[in-house]
Design a protein around this ligand. Structure first.
Ligand code: HEC
Length: 260
């Protein structure tokens, strides 16, 4: 037998362990660097989204993610609003990731992955009943970042997504979840009298049958309760929504003509 020839199983048993040991001594990887303890609220956990996306991240990076309850010691928290960095949109809100320890290698890998092309595709590919309820947040951030600056408008955007986004496309984030035949907010924004229409939307059809504005509207007639989950707002909420609509880009003429 030629001296230089080494059968494969011998290679596995002798040379490979030596290479591995050498690498491990040269680049020690601590177990805790390869584990991210992630705190997330129950509604996000129950949506199934994390169970879908996180194993795909682990497969790519060999970093494990274990879910811990909100409030427990963790490396990263997903929450429905600031502080933190916007990481994805879903369940009608923008989700933010706040890191307890920004130097943690596993956490850094997860943040990088979420914003990578593969990560974004994974986020968008999650399905519930044939719909794609999650999407990357960037489009929305880019579209509104330079126009929306006041606190009211930011609050108004969140209120619009929650209450009006059931039917209207109010921002790029919910364009997949809204009802296509309902005019989008940027189409409505293009109308010369948009402000008057938004100020009185609760009196304009189809809203009166399901909308209650505190101290403004009459309660629903007893024999005609709201046919859907009622839309309940205060005048302050409506003010914030107006601040948001004032800041959004009007749509181009094509979509306006479509609406008329
Ligand atoms: C259940 C579905 C639904 C919800 C929720 C909803 N809308 Fe509408 N809205 C519609 C439909 C449908 C129209 C189109 C009516 C038409 O074209 O006659 C509309 C039209 C409008 C118009 C234009 C009205 C007009 O006559 O010009 C405004 C303004 C408006 N909505 C604002 C809002 C705001 C603000 C919210 C949230 C606070 C909201 N809508 C929530 C279904 C909804």
């Amino acid at each position: 037998m030629a001296g230089v020839f080494l059968p494969f199983h011998m290679f596995l048993r002798t040379v490979l362990p030596i290479i591995c040991c050498t690498l491990m001594i040269a680049f020690p990887a601590r177990a805790e660097d390869r584990l991210v303890r992630l705190a997330a609220p129950p509604e996000l956990v129950e949506s199934g989204f994390l169970k879908y996306a996180l194993p795909r991240f682990s497969l790519k990076t060999q970093v494990k993610v274990s879910l811990v309850e909100a409030g427990q010691e963790n490396d990263l928290t997903f929450q429905a609003g600031p502080p933190g960095v916007p990481v994805f949109f879903g369940l009608n809100q923008v989700w933010y990731a706040e890191s307890a320890n920004t130097d943690h290698p596993g956490t850094q890998k997860l943040m990088t992955w979420l914003r990578s092309e593969v990560g974004e595709r994974t986020i968008a590919s999650f399905q519930i009943d044939g719909t794609h309820p999650f999407s990357p947040p960037q489009i929305a951030e880019a579209a509104v970042a330079d126009t929306i600056t006041s606190g009211d408008a930011i609050k108004g955007k969140a209120l619009s997504l929650t209450h009006c986004g059931r039917c209207h496309v109010v921002a790029p984030e919910n364009r997949m979840n809204a009802i296509g035949s309902t005019p989008s907010f940027n189409a409505l924004r293009t109308l010369a009298d948009w402000e008057g229409r938004f100020q009185s939307f609760f009196a304009l059809n189809p809203h009166p049958s399901f909308t209650q504005i505190a101290d403004v509207t009459e309660p629903f007639p007893e024999d005609r309760p709201s046919p859907i989950v009622p839309l309940e707002l205060t005048l302050d909420d409506l003010d914030a929504i107006l601040a948001y609509v004032a800041a959004i880009e009007p749509a181009d003429l094509g979509s306006v003509l479509e609406h008329q």
